[in-house]
Design a protein around this ligand. Structure first.
Ligand code: C5P
Length: 397
C-alpha cells in the first residue's frame, strides 16, 4: 500500500545547499503515491533548477505569483486549495523569519499566508550559529505556537565545514515525518513502553543463545505508537533495524538486562507492549574464557529460568495496561488465550511463527476476554497501526 496515495502536497524550496536533497525527497513522495506541486523561491533556483524538479514531478514548477499557467492566474490561492499539506524543504533562516512575521512578498510566502487550514510542515536547514541565534529560536517558537510542524533540524556535519545543530533531516526522515503527520493521533499524551527483538544469552565471550526474531513487528509498533502521538520508549535486544523517528531506544543484550530496563521504565508508562522474543533460559554460569573443543566432547550447560517480564509488569500495582505477543506453531487460539490468562494481561496478540518469522507481513489475531478477533493479513507497519488503534479503543480512560 502506498503511504501517500490520494494526497496532493505543495513542496516548497527555499535557498540553501540542502536543496539537492529535495529532489530525492520529491522522488520518494511520488513513489508513495503523492501528487506534488513544486514552488520555489528565487534563492532556491541558485541551488537546483526548476527543470530538474519539473522533470521529476511531471508537473509545472512555480516561482511567480502571477504565473498565468494556473487557472485564474492566482497561484498563491489556487495551489493550496484542496491540498493536504504544504511542506517546505529546505526552510532557510530567512524564510522562517518571513513565515513567523507573515510576510507575503513572493509566491511561496504568500501561499503560506493564504493557505487557510492546510497544514504547514517545515524542515529547517542552516548553519548551527544561524539556528541557535536568538532571532531564529524566537521565530521557531512563534511558528510552533502558530501550529506549524517543525521537522528537525538534526545535528551533524554541515556543508560549511562546521558541525552542530541545524543540519536538515534526511529525505527518508522527512518522508516518514510527513506520513506520520497524517496518522490519527489516537495515543496523544500517552506513554508507551515496548520490548522488541531477541535477547542474547552468553555461553562464553564468543557464543550466545538467542531467538529467531528480527524485531520488525516490535519496531513497527513503536513507530505506529509514535505516529499516533505517544511518547515511546523501546527496549530493544540486538537487531539490525534503525530506530523509528521520535522513539527513545534502550539497547539491552540479555533477558536479565531487558527485565531490569522494563522494571525501571514501566512504572511511568501507560501502555506496555511486550513484543520481544525473550530467551526462556540463561546459561547458569557463562564461561569467562572461550570454551575449547575437548576430544570432540560437547560441553554440558546448565540453565536458569529467566524472569517473565510481561507477567511481572502486569502484576505491578498501578502499572501500565499490558499487551503480550504469542508466537505459536500450532493451536494458536488455545495457547494464546492460556498465555493471556497466565500472564494476567487484557490483550494477547497471537500469530503463527511460520507466518511471521522473517516475513514483511503479519497475520495477527487479537485475544481478549470476549474471544478471538482476527485482523486481516497485511504489511507489519499496517498491522501495527491497526493494532495501535485497537489498543487505543480498549484503553481505560
Ligand atoms: O511465554 P511466552 O514467551 O510464549 O510469552 C510471550 C509473551 O511474553 C511475549 O509478549 C513476550 O515478550 C513476553 N515474555 C516476557 N518475558 C519472558 C518471556 C516472554 O516478557 N521471559
Amino acid at each position: 500500500m502506498l503511504e501517500l496515495a490520494g494526497t496532493r502536497i505543495v513542496l516548497g524550496l527555499t535557498g540553501g545547499i540542502a536543496c539537492y536533497k529535495s529532489a530525492e525527497l520529491l522522488r520518494r513522495m511520488l513513489d508513495q503515491g503523492a501528487q506534488v506541486d513544486v514552488v520555489m523561491t528565487e534563492a532556491a533556483t541558485h541551488f537546483i533548477t526548476p527543470t530538474t524538479l519539473q522533470a521529476l514531478s511531471g508537473r509545472p514548477v512555480y516561482l511567480d505569483p502571477l504565473d498565468a499557467r494556473v487557472p485564474n492566474s492566482m497561484a498563491h490561492i489556487t495551489l493550496t486549495r484542496g491540498a493536504d499539506a504544504v511542506l517546505i524543504v529546505p526552510t532557510s533562516a530567512d524564510f522562517m523569519a518571513k513565515l513567523a512575521h507573515g510576510h507575503a512578498d513572493d509566491l511561496l510566502s504568500t501561499l503560506c499566508v493564504a493557505r487557510g487550514e492546510v497544514p504547514l510542515l517545515i524542515a529547517p536547514a542552516m548553519n548551527r550559529e544561524m539556528w541557535t541565534h536568538p532571532a531564529t529560536q524566537r521565530n521557531a517558537r512563534q511558528l510552533h505556537a502558530d501550529g506549524v510542524a517543525l521537522l528537525g533540524p538534526g545535528e551533524g556535519d554541515q556543508a560549511c565545514g562546521e558541525t552542530g545543530e541545524g543540519r536538515m533531516l534526511e529525505p527518508g526522515q522527512i518522508l516518514d515525518a510527513l506520513v506520520a503527520y497524517f496518522q490519527p493521533k489516537v495515543l496523544a499524551g500517552r506513554r508507551v513502553l515496548l520490548t522488541a527483538g531477541p535477547t542474547s544469552e552468553p555461553i562464553d565471550p564468543v557464543r550466545v543463545i538467542t531467538n529467531r526474531s528480527s524485531g520488525r513487528m516490535g519496531y513497527a509498533l513503536a513507530r505506529a505508537a509514535a505516529e499516533a502521538g505517544a511518547t515511546v520508549e523501546l527496549i530493544s535486544g540486538p537487531t539490525a533495524l534503525p530506530t523509528p523517528q521520535g522513539v527513545v531506544r534502550i539497547d539491552v543484550g540479555t533477558a536479565a538486562q531487558m527485565h531490569a530496563a522494563a522494571m525501571a521504565y514501566a512504572p511511568r508508562a501507560d501502555i506496555f507492549i511486550a513484543v520481544a522474543a525473550v530467551a526462556d533460559w540463561a546459561v547458569a554460569q557463562p564461561s569467562a574464557a572461550k570454551l575449547k573443543k575437548q576430544d570432540g566432547q560437547p560441553p554440558s550447560l546448565s540453565f536458569v529460568q529467566n524472569p517473565d517480564i510481561l507477567a511481572e509488569v502486569a502484576a505491578l500495582a498501578g502499572g501500565p495496561w499490558c499487551v503480550g505477543f504469542a508466537a505459536e506453531t500450532e493451536r494458536l487460539d488455545e495457547h494464546a488465550q492460556a498465555k493471556r490468562l497466565r500472564k494476567g494481561v487484557p490483550l494477547m496478540v497471537g500469530n503463527l511463527a511460520q507466518d511471521t518469522m522473517d516475513a514483511e507481513s503479519a497475520r495477527l489475531v487479537l485475544y481478549d476476554e470476549a474471544g478471538a478477533h482476527p485482523l486481516e493479513p497485511q504489511h507489519k507497519l499496517h498491522a501495527a497501526r491497526a493494532l495501535i488503534r485497537e489498543i487505543a479503543r480498549r484503553m481505560p480512560g
